[in-house]
Design a protein around this ligand. Structure first.
Ligand code: GLA
Length: 740
């Protein structure tokens, strides 16, 4: 619900448990008044807009005490800004008193009207037309601002999802001048907060160690993180959680959070100003950013997602998860309600694909209960290793002389769907595509072309390149009954010379989104996994086009615990693909028991990547039983509410509880990250159970481990039956309401 009080020109955006308030100042600037929890449930008092305290201190030299909702460079704004634009010609010059200091590099945005109602979609929103889970229409607010002198407009958009206390914000620029306007910095949104000791949680990492949680206090100055890799990036991810220092835990405390719904270069900045106030902003990365808006041109940015929780960090995650599940993830009617158990043969065959072996693997996979069989890299063009073939999306006759059809037919006949790996944005020098179009890659003339993993990045700033890739993938889908693409992306853009000039940074993203949207529109049965050397392209922009993400190339369960904890901070674990792989892990070379490998992979969308054709019948039987158990608990894992009861760093064991809506079933997942010998096993107080119900606890074999009331599990807690802090310990337990 959005309220507006005309006399005070104040807006209140009301969520289920939060209220976001802004007003238009006397000068026509938009002032942020506050974003806080509602003191009373669900409504505003009748006189909410009376006696709003005014901020009396407003030093003329600084904007700092004025919490500007979308500060632009110039005027008195000293600190970080959301927007910087320049106008080539002065709108007017008084030659007696003014010099022609052009371009005019300042913007003064003032209120020019507003509208409450439907606000449409942010920039880069999916165009595939597939439905999302929720059908509820959402209202929003548009505030139109105009520069004091130029017909240059900035519209601030707010779209409210009250049931999850989420506000998406974005802006649209419109150049109604007779000359171009240069945009040098463009945030999707910004937010000014009062002075506190703020503590921020975000993730950092790299290849094979994505999503490592970091938490620290913000000090005076600017903390900026982002990606300039043309993708979301492996080294960090565009979300954060914020609380007053020491004021939050996993389950309690006020937490404000934000995330960008965008898969290209981005940056988020958190600046503690000299008077202590905090200014947050997020948007396009400013390095090499320059957007020229022609007369009459508009640009609408992607969204920045904001929310507020009183339920600690887990509470914040739950809101983002629920919002993404309801409004972001595509839910075509043709798809099963839960993500299938996937088999991927990458770590078994690598580039050495043989039809017979793949068939044998598929038969074993079907035997143990796998539902989707995916062939990874190496099936196309001259791709026998990483040195050749990228760009040629045609089935290799050397590898599969009979084509893909027999394999697909076998997989389908076994009752599984069929998936294929592609890396559409790339080209190897040794490929037919590169030989035909050496000018189709990002490069600067006269410079040697750099390679990473022997590959170059196609120039998606050329419409003909995007059209060519779309046509190749479309043909693959038309000629073969492919149900799933694992869409990979394995190099950064380090030499961004493009037909699109500097616009390539977002044109590339638009090209990728456009191909995905069009493929999904033409082939609604298709589903997609986003992969970028692991978790390099996980974000809410991509989430609108895909079912799942490959969170990391590191499949070692111990490492994965941390990666998955970080991933779960923002993203629904339903989308987090995890595989059980070899006993001796291929990335870390350590040995881990099957129980831990399974219990870890079952935390999200389960996948298998082991050589099923080489293991004993007893082991195969264990796979079968564990996969059957996963399918039983899958609705709770994939659609339940996730509570992170303990993180690995707390006492060595990572403990997650998934709660089914209604409280009938829960799943408890305990994974020892490191041995904590002689420490008292954690007593885990569960959430959301039915107090007077009796719960039966069972393990993957169906064996009953005990019974307890919801009340005792929520107050006295569950004490792990077998955990004495041992190395490699893990368990996954199903709790179901049972007759007393
Ligand atoms: C990337 C992916 C892997 C695998 C290989 C194939 O590294 O992250 O999962 O698909 O490419 O070359």
């Amino acid at each position: 619900m959005i309220h507006y009080h005309a006399d005070s020109r104040t807006f209140a955006l009301l969520g289920k448990a939060s209220v976001y308030q802004i007003r238009i100042s006397e000068k026509g600037e938009v002032e942020h008044l506050g974003y806080c929890s509602l003191p009373q449930a669900n409504d505003l008092p009748r006189n909410w807009d009376r006696h709003i305290p005014t901020r009396t201190i407003r030093p003329t030299s600084s904007h700092q005490s004025f919490q500007c909702e979308y500060p632009a460079f110039g005027d008195t704004s000293l600190n970080d800004v959301a927007l910087k634009v320049s106008f080539p010609k002065a709108a007017r010059i008084d030659p007696a008193t003014e010099a022609p200091h052009e371009p005019v590099r300042d913007a003064r945005l003032r209120y020019a009207g507003h509208e409450i109602g439907s606000v449409g979609d942010p920039g880069f929103a999916p165009k595939h037309g597939l439905p999302v889970r929720s059908k509820s229409p959402r209202t929003g607010l548009k505030i139109r601002l105009k520069d004091e002198l130029y017909p240059f407009y900035v519209t601030l958009f707010y779209r409210l999802t009250p049931e999850h206390d989420i506000i998406e914000r974005w802006v649209e620029l419109e150049n109604a001048c007779e000359h171009p306007v240069e945009v040098e910095k463009l945030a999707f949104a910004s937010l000014s907060l009062d002075a506190f000791h703020w503590e921020i949680t975000h993730v950092s990492g790299g290849w094979c160690r994505e999503f490592q949680i970091e938490r620290h206090t913000l000090h005076t100055g600017r903390f900026v993180w982002g990606s300039q890799a043309i993708i979301t990036g492996l080294s960090t991810n565009p979300f954060f959680l914020l609380n007053q220092s020491g004021g939050a835990t996993e389950s309690v405390g006020e937490v404000l959070f934000g995330a960008l719904a965008y898969s290209g270069n981005w940056e988020i900045s958190a600046e503690v100003q000299e008077r202590g106030g905090l200014r947050l902003s997020g948007g396009y990365h400013s390095l090499d950013f320059r957007m020229s808006l022609a007369p009459g041109e508009k640009h609408r940015t992607p969204a920045m997602v904001w929310g507020r929780s009183s339920g600690g960090w887990s509470g914040a995650s739950q809101q983002l998860h629920a919002w993404a599940q309801d409004y972001v993830l595509p839910r075509p009617a043709t798809h099963a309600p839960y993500l299938p158990v996937l088999y991927n043969s990458w770590e078994v065959a690598y580039f050495n694909i043989k039809e017979e072996e793949q068939m044998a693997l598929a038969r074993k996979a079907a035997e143990v209960g796998v539902e989707m069989f995916c062939i990874d890299d190496g099936w196309f063009g001259g791709r026998r290793d990483s040195k050749a073939g990228l760009g040629d999306w045609v089935v290799s006759k050397d590898i599969l002389p009979r084509g893909l059809q027999p394999l697909i037919a076998e997989v389908h006949q076994l009752g599984m769907s069929f998936g294929l790996w592609v890396e559409p944005e790339m080209v190897n020098q040794d490929s037919d595509l590169y030989r035909a179009h050496p000018d189709w890659v990002l490069h600067f003339p006269g410079r040697a072309r750099s390679e990473y993993r022997n590959q170059k990045l196609l120039d998606f700033g050329r419409p003909e390149v995007v059209a060519h890739i779309l046509e190749q993938l479309d043909r693959l889908l038309q000629e073969n009954k492919i149900d799933f693409f694992k869409w990979d992306m394995n190099r950064y853009a380090t030499e961004p010379g493009s037909a699109a000039g500097r616009d390539i940074w977002y044109r590339h993203v638009a090209g990728v989104y456009g191909i995905m949207d069009e493929l999904r529109r033409r082939h609604p049965h298709l589903s997609i996994e986003s992969c970028s050397s692991g978790g390099g392209r996980v974000d809410f922009g991509m989430m609108g086009r895909v079912e799942q993400f490959w969170a990391s190339d590191n499949t070692d369960a111990k490492h994965r615990i941390l990666i998955q904890e970080g991933y779960s901070m923002a993203y629904p674990v339903r989308t987090m693909e995890c595989w059980v792989t070899h006993e001796r892990n291929h990335q870390t070379l350590s040995f881990l028991p099957l129980s831990l490998r399974f219990d870890c992979a079952m935390r999200g969308a389960l996948g298998i990547g082991t050589p099923l054709n080489k293991i004993t019948p007893e082991e195969l039987e264990e796979y079968r039983r564990r996969i059957a158990f996963y399918k039983k608990i899958r609705p709770v894992i994939q659609d339940g509410i996730l509570h992170r009861l303990e993180r690995a760093e707390d006492r060595g064991t990572s403990v997650w509880q998934y709660m089914e809506a209604g409280g009938q079933r829960a799943v408890l997942s305990l994974l020892a990250h490191h041995a904590a010998m002689l420490k008292t096993p954690p007593r885990l107080r569960l959430h959301g159970l039915i107090a007077d119900a009796c719960y039966r606890l069972t393990d993957f074999t169906g064996q009953e481990l005990g019974r307890a009331s919801g009340w005792s599990l929520m107050t006295l807690g569950y004490s792990s039956l077998s955990n004495n802090g041992a190395e490699n310990y893990s368990e996954t337990i199903l709790l179901e309401v049972c007759p007393e």
